[in-house]
Design a protein around this ligand. Structure first.
Ligand code: SF4
Length: 1532
């Protein structure tokens, strides 16, 4: 039989069985309480409860966030609610307790500190109207927990069950209370009545005192007559005990009456007037419950528990820990002991206090009672228990003479001190005039682990929140003083108090006064001329003038101190004793969102109202996704808004994961502001150990949707002629909008951000979306009204546009056949109309792991879960699109076309009639999905009787990229018009293709897609801009300009790409043109950085051979310039302003001309790179043209071996696509190389596949034509031939980190920039560091093909200074594992539209998880090339890595093994669609094995081939052959 080990476990189980909702209060969400691990386990296993229809809702709440607020919502919804907590929250929660006592809430309280708790936490709340039960052993904890629940249900009133968990630490395990017993005691009928009851109440508080006194009145017994309950004390057994809960006044009646009354309640009256439940009612309910327990188990309970001789003359009343210790000692007492023949009494039912039951339990022979109260903070002379007892015995007529009562303050007593303590107690008791309030035992309590639990509940700063602390530290350094820092030792003050705003504020005020006094002392010392020399006088008077100006005072302070130190006078020594006060501190109070709830908020008010110059940093951690789930009672105060309304405070709202720069700015401004400042800082997390990626995503949602707007408010700015309110994000919430409107700041804001006008204010709720859907459909219907013919509604769910295109085409064909067709995305369709459709056609693509595409998910959820859709009158069919080979594993085959198939089945189940069977489109068919579609569509027309219609007009062919290029007038299209359209953040689909040629892609933030869609907003469109930077060489000035562009116009980060250039993300449409102009001002361009043209030409970064690098760089630049497109469109669109129309070409008679490219440019992108052996750091085999530099005998660049037809892009499981390595064409000297490249490009231009973009790259052209034919075509066009290739040797494709000296004596430092992302974080402000370096650097920056950075050409005389700077900014660190240094990842989420899985944000984490094994195996320094991309497009060149992970679906990757270390061999599929767990399962033992079994110098990629794990890929065309995972063609 299952056994229970601890009181926490016993209580948690009973609470779970007896509740609908359990509020589990924890010190921290990452640290379990004694109840929470059991509760989590039950909830995780979906264990059933006895009262809840579903699984009980277990809500974890941190103890400092006003946890009892969480109780109101569920209890008012008729949910039986219990709380598990420590005693630390009780006193602070008194305002809630008065109210909650009127509901059947059970609060299980574990007293703190365990082993020596302060029972004062219980006595302080004894008058709140709760019933209190006290358990002292493991068995009692279980039985009284059950009693508490049954009592709450039967009485309709709150019950607090408290215990010291240490009391049962040594108890034997007990068995679980049987479910039958629990159920029978709970009383199922009453449970149902409670659950059917709703309360309309909304207030949280009763008026103070009134509720309590009326409850107290009833406790004293005045309700008995009214309730008509027989209070005869003679009844004691189960059968004859009358339980008032079963009498006519049911608790459900009570609740109903309370809700009726609540309508009339006002803020100053008691909102609920419960029907009286008297003390005796409680007693009889308890007796009835205990009688039931006794009948089943034999264990009996009573209100007061007496043990000892029936004729005892003295008794000890214990309200404290460990009664077992006392009774044991009494049992063992000898007749000579002071305490022989003494009885022990403990309360089980502490409140209501039942005098008669107490008197009943005491032998009448008792003459003296010692009352021991374990209460640490005594606030009254007489202890509450002493008074209770006095009242009871004095008022009782049972005693001939009232016993003498003597109170004691009970300290910590243990086995070794009990005898001595009891001797003292009874010696005093039996003396002629006993001393009252004698303290017994140790006041300070145990020093051992018993006290540990208190520490667990002490506040601690969650590690995540360190981000803000680090920034404060970074800005203010030694000047920073945090008044309420948790680490500060405040003797005798608990962390809860010392971290409160009031406490911190008080200490700050004291500190300020102290300094003011000091300034006064300095001034009088100056006046009094108390110094030996004149010097201090002068310096001190200067300092005194600026003492209140932080910057100046701090500048002067060291000098003043130095001067004083040499004076030697007593006056100087006196001032030096407080020398710290010469500095002006940056003083901060740091708080959490606990300050936003009522109880903490009053402290904040206090600080703001004081007008003192104090800075507050308040870290809010409620995740955006949770904010809707917050019930009204738990809604927090908006401190920012509150402070702004107050009018005297600087207020900023910041989020470190959204804008680091804005956080810096706000903190600096807050500190400079003379008056209270409040910086509200967002850091959303569910648990303190949350992954930073989740924090980032939650922050983005909150900021983007205006839940957490970024702003700064300076009420004194107007005096300086500036705006008070500065909005740093794009959207604000309505409350803020109202404030600004009222204060007339909104119009200023609109003026400044006209582009945000339409969507400046967030409107919460999905109704917006509903209304939009309805409007769209109504508009469509109005459009169709005039048309004849039967209706046909075509709904699509499209992933990459194919399903949408098919739907639209089917719509036009339907129209041509006389049907009234309507085409919509599934999610745009109001689902409630589905039953009214006549003919319904659904076209569904397949996304991720067999999921519905984004724009069909809500529709599918609606159809799947609907209980009232009736499709009896609907005729329907479905066409599904998918890839039958996408899931190589047999068990995953069912994902093929799953959405379409599921939908078809569900529509049938809902009663729909099939027009024609489901059609299946398969990408693996010769014509892809078209094969299946062209069979299915005619069947559809036939079934509708429209198969053979004459005279249907020809359809226009679909628009292709080629058409877009031709129609664009040399890349103009309608880009200018699109940029000027303020109604959307997007540009047209055709322009999206064209802007690529200008170096910019439209993207949308994928972290925000779902959320924005739910809000009825268009996706968060923003643009990526890619620069063109030959060979990746940039000047320091250019670096500074790039830094500024990313901060002012982008998302504050710079990406150094795998093609050695700068990339900016998050540039919104309105900032696109300024960004392009800023790039141009930096003497860079973006033209042809993307698109079907030759792109940025790369070159090895070569720090140790600068001369050769110079020559190779020059060649790269020459090739790049030579192959640039000639169109004027770029200049015209981006660089001219409105007044500069002179050179405008569009619409003019002058036409552009592209001598190389012609109007259709290339069939596909074209990439060229140069590698200088022995470094293949630019992956020369992976490009359309790979140039291997050949040195002449003079050591200078002589020419190049030319490779052609390398390329990375592929499509998962589409065998016609594959990565390929470049093939050797031959040697060409350096002077001719740009011409050779041109001719190769032109042969590709004329021969590349322009019909199928998936087959358009040069690699396929060469494979189709054959290498020799291709070469001869090039040579023919060129008029020259390639020579025999020259010998060369590569030895790696990674970067060489650290310092190197080149042949000219210049120094170069290659630094590690993980995945090329340059950004500031609290831990590592890398971007700031690089900016500071760029300001003084005299050489250049070289971006490497592996996304790292070389600080190049540092002269010896500058070397030390540069090393210092690198060190200062932590940029000198290259001490990473070889695996990390050799890794590379593409951007992927959130910006890349093609990403299927995370890459740049995930690879570092994966590497961290592998580094343990790497270290253990002694391979920390060993380089293994590992790469990751979010899709098979291959931007980080994964196919050449020794081990690669390519995104397949969110969280799932294909794993490839066996690439060549020098980037010379492609890898091969090892496992498909594996998740992290499997990746680690494969990689960890494999790395160990490699460490043990490798041959001397053997590379990882070679090793996996030698041991037979994977076959070598010799050519791209065998990439799909002999993979480790055999694909099966069987369809599941
Ligand atoms: S590899 Fe794919 S996911 Fe990664 S950046 Fe390139 S296109 Fe995007």
């Amino acid at each position: 039989m299952a056994s229970v080990q601890s009181a926490g476990e016993a209580v948690a189980r009973i609470a779970y069985l007896s509740s609908d909702t359990i509020i589990s209060v924890q010190a921290s969400l990452s640290k379990d309480s004694e109840f929470s691990s059991s509760l989590r386990q039950y909830a995780g296993n979906k264990a059933s409860s006895l009262v809840c229809k579903d699984v009980p809702d277990v809500q974890s709440v941190r103890h400092n966030t006003d946890p009892l607020l969480s109780v109101f919502k569920p209890v008012r919804h008729g949910r039986l609610t219990s709380v598990t907590t420590s005693s630390s929250i009780l006193v602070r929660s008194i305002p809630h307790l008065y109210k909650l006592a009127q509901y059947p809430v059970v609060i299980h309280v574990s007293l703190l500190p365990t082993g020596y708790p302060d029972y004062g936490d219980i006595t302080s709340i004894r008058n709140t109207g709760f019933t209190f039960l006290h358990s002292n052993s493991l068995q009692e904890a279980q039985d009284l927990a059950l009693t508490a629940h049954a009592l709450a249900i039967r009485s309709g009133k709150g019950v607090i069950h408290f215990f010291d968990a240490a009391n049962s630490n040594n108890d034997q395990p007990i068995t679980h209370e049987s479910r039958e017993l629990v159920l029978s005691v709970l009383n199922a009928d009453l449970v149902r009545q409670h659950q059917a009851t709703r309360s309309e109440e909304t207030t949280l508080y009763v008026s103070e005192g009134k509720g309590a006194s009326s409850t107290l009145g009833r406790e004293l017994g005045d309700g008995n007559a009214e309730s008509g309950i027989d209070t005869s004390p003679t009844r004691g057994t189960h059968d004859d005990t009358r339980d008032p809960s079963t009498a006519s006044s049911s608790s459900s009646d009570r609740r109903n009456s309370s809700s009726a009354e609540s309508a009339a309640e006002s803020a100053t009256t008691i909102s609920t007037e419960p029907k009286p439940v008297s003390s005796e009612d409680i007693y009889y309910i308890c007796s009835s419950i205990w009688s039931q327990i006794r009948t089943t188990t034999g264990r009996s309970y009573s209100a007061f528990h007496y043990t000892g001789p029936p004729n005892a003359e003295a008794a000890l009343f214990l309200f404290g820990s460990d009664p077992g210790l006392f009774s044991q000692e009494f049992d063992d007492a000898s007749s000579s002991d002071f305490y022989s023949r003494v009885g022990l009494i403990t309360p089980t039912l502490y409140r209501p206090w039942l005098t008669e039951r107490l008197v009943e339990s005491l032998p009448k022979s008792v003459k003296k009672i010692a009352v021991l109260e374990q209460i640490r903070r005594k606030t009254t002379k007489w202890g509450p228990l002493l008074l209770d007892l006095l009242m009871s015995v004095k008022s009782s007529s049972e005693f001939e003479k009232a016993p003498l009562i003597v109170g004691y303050q009970l300290g910590f007593i243990e086995y070794s001190t009990i005898t001595q303590a009891l001797s003292g107690i009874f010696q005093n008791l039996s003396s002629a005039s006993p001393i009252q309030n004698l303290e017994v035992g140790s006041h300070d309590g145990p020093t051992t682990s018993l006290a540990r639990s208190q520490k667990d509940f002490d506040l601690s700063q969650p590690a995540l929140e360190n981000a803000y602390m680090k920034i404060l530290d970074q800005i203010f350094g030694e000047r920073l003083y945090i008044a309420n820092a948790l680490k500060a030792s405040n003797t005798g003050v608990s962390s809860t108090i010392s971290s409160s705003p009031e406490y911190g504020f008080g200490s700050l005020v004291a500190r300020k006064q102290h300094r003011r006094r000091f300034v006064g002392e300095v001034q009088s010392a100056v006046k009094g001329r108390e110094f030996i020399t004149e010097i201090p006088q002068k310096w001190l008077s200067q300092w005194a003038l600026v003492a209140d100006k932080a910057e100046e005072a701090n500048k002067a302070a060291p000098e003043v101190i130095a001067r004083l130190s040499t004076d030697g006078s007593p006056a100087a020594s006196a001032l030096l004793r407080s020398k710290g006060l010469f500095f002006s501190e940056s003083q901060w109070l740091v708080g959490s969102d606990a300050w936003s709830y009522d109880i903490g908020n009053s402290g904040v008010h206090h600080v703001i109202a004081s007008g003192e110059n104090v800075n507050m940093l308040i870290i809010d951690s409620t995740p955006y996704s949770d904010r809707a789930a917050q019930d009204a009672a738990r809604r927090k105060k908006d401190i920012g808004l509150y402070a702004m309304n107050y009018g005297n405070a600087y207020v900023a709202s910041v989020a470190v994961y959204s804008s680091y720069t804005q956080v810096l700015q706000a903190m600096i401004e807050a500190e400079a502001y003379d008056g209270p400042s409040v910086v509200m800082a967002y850091l959303p997390y569910n648990k303190e150990n949350d992954n930073p990626l989740t924090v980032l995503q939650e922050t983005k949602k909150a900021v983007d949707l205006g839940y957490w707007p970024l702003y700064r408010w300076d009420p004194k700015a107007e005096e300086k002629g500036e705006e008070c309110f500065k909005l740093d994000s794009e959207r604000i919430k309505q409350e803020l909008q109202k404030f600004l409107e009222r204060d007339n700041h909104m119009s200023q804001l609109m003026k400044r951000h006209p582009e945000f006008h339409a969507n400046l204010s967030e409107s919460y709720g999905s109704e917006v979306r509903q209304v939009q859907k309805r409007k769209a459909k109504d508009a469509y219907e109005a459009l169709l009204e005039g048309l004849q013919g039967a209706p046909m509604t075509i709904l699509f769910a499209s992933d990459n546009g194919n399903a949408e295109n098919l739907a639209k085409r089917l719509g036009s064909r339907g129209k041509a056949r006389g049907l009234k067709t309507m085409v919509m995305a599934m999610d745009d369709y109001p689902i409630e109309d589905l039953g009214n459709e006549e003919n319904l056609v659904c076209i569904a693509a397949t996304a991720g792991q067999g999921e519905f595409p984004q724009n069909g998910r809500n529709f599918w959820d609606g159809v799947k879960n609907s209980t009232d859709l009736d499709l009896a009158n609907v005729k329907f069919t479905v066409f599904a699109l998918g890839d039958s080979h996408y899931w190589p594993r047999k068990e995953d085959k069912h994902y093929y076309n799953k959405p379409g198939k599921d939908l078809f089945t569900r529509l049938t189940d809902l009663g729909g009639k099939e027009i024609v069977g489901i059609g299946l489109g398969d990408d693996q068919e010769p014509d892809g999905y078209q094969t299946g579609y062209s069979e299915w569509e005619p069947k559809l027309w036939d079934a509708l009787g429209l198969g053979n219609i004459e005279g249907i007009p020809d359809e226009p062919p679909p628009i292709t990229n080629e058409d877009i290029k031709i129609g664009s007038n040399f890349l103009r299209g309608t880009i200018v018009e699109g940029l000027n359209d303020p109604s959307t953040g997007a540009i047209s689909a055709a322009d999206q293709q064209l802007t690529k040629f200008h170096g910019t892609y439209m993207q949308d933030d994928r972290d925000l897609r779902d959320e924005r869609k739910a809000q009825g907003l268009e996706p968060a469109y923003a643009f990526m801009i890619r620069c063109r930077l030959s060979a990746g060489v940039a000047t320091p000035d250019q670096w500074i300009q790039m830094d500024a562009i990313s901060t002012n116009l982008g998302n504050e980060t710079i990406k150094l790409t795998t093609r050695q250039t700068f990339q900016f993300h998050g540039v919104v449409k309105g900032k696109l043109k300024p960004a392009m102009q800023a790039i141009n001002q930096a003497l860079m361009t973006t033209i042809a950085a993307c698109g079907d043209v030759n792109r940025n030409v790369m070159c090895s970064s070569l720090p140790e051979q600068s001369e050769l690098h110079g020559e190779a760089h020059a060649a790269a630049k020459r090739i790049s310039d030579h192959l640039l497109p000639s169109t004027n469109a770029y200049h015209e669109i981006w660089l001219q302003d409105e007044n500069d129309k002179k050179t405008q070409v569009a619409g003019d008679a002058v036409q552009d001309f592209e001598p190389l490219y012609g109007p259709t440019y290339l069939p596909r992108k074209f990439k060229i790179t140069i590698a200088v052996p022995p470094h293949n750091d630019t992956d020369v085999y992976a490009h359309d043209i790979g140039l291997i530099a050949i040195k002449g005998e003079d050591g200078k660049l002589q020419g190049f071996n030319v490779l052609a037809g390398g390329g990375m892009g592929a499509t998962h499981n589409m065998k016609k696509t594959y990565p390929q390595i470049g093939r050797m064409l031959g040697y060409c000297d350096k002077d001719n190389i740009h011409i050779a490249c041109e001719k190769i490009m032109l042969v590709q231009k004329d021969n590349g596949d322009r019909k199928n973009r998936k087959q358009a790259r040069l690699k396929y052209t060469i494979d189709r034509m054959g290498l020799d034919v291709f070469r001869s075509n090039v040579e023919e066009l060129w008029g020259q031939t390639f020579s025999e290739p020259k010998p060369f040797h590569f030895d790696s494709n990674i970067d060489t980190f650290g310092w190197l000296k080149d042949e000219r004596g210049m120094n170069h430092f290659t630094m590690f920039i993980e995945n090329g992302r340059v950004e500031d974080t609290a831990d590592f402000p890398m971007k700031t560091g690089l900016r500071e370096i760029a300001k003084v650097h005299k050489g250049e920056f070289r971006l490497t093909g592996n996304q790292h950075l070389v600080l190049s050409n540092v002269a010896d005389e500058d070397l030390d200074a540069m090393k210092d700077l690198l060190k200062k900014h932590k940029l000198d660190n290259t001490n990473f594992s070889g695996l990390r240094l050799s890794s590379s990842a593409c951007v992927a989420f959130p910006t890349c539209g093609l990403a299927m899985a995370e890459s740049e944000r995930y690879l570092p984490e994966l590497i961290t998880k592998l580094e343990g094994v790497i270290e253990e195996s002694g391979m920390r320094q060993d380089s293994i090339v590992m790469r990751m991309t979010g899709c098979p497009n291959g931007c980080a060149r994964p196919w050449l890595a020794e081990v690669a992970f390519v995104g397949k679906a969110f969280g799932a990757y294909n794993m490839y093994l066996g690439g060549g270390y020098h980037g010379n061999r492609l890898n091969k599929l090892y496992r498909s669609s594996i998740k992290e767990e499997e990746i680690l399962e494969i990689m960890k033992p494999l790395l160990k094995r490699y460490a043990l079994e490798r041959n001397e110098g053997e590379r990882f990629g070679d090793f996996v081939i030698r041991i037979g794990m994977i076959k070598a890929t010799r050519d791209g065309r065998d990439f799909h052959d002999d993979t480790a995972e055999v694909e099966s063609d069987d369809e599941a």
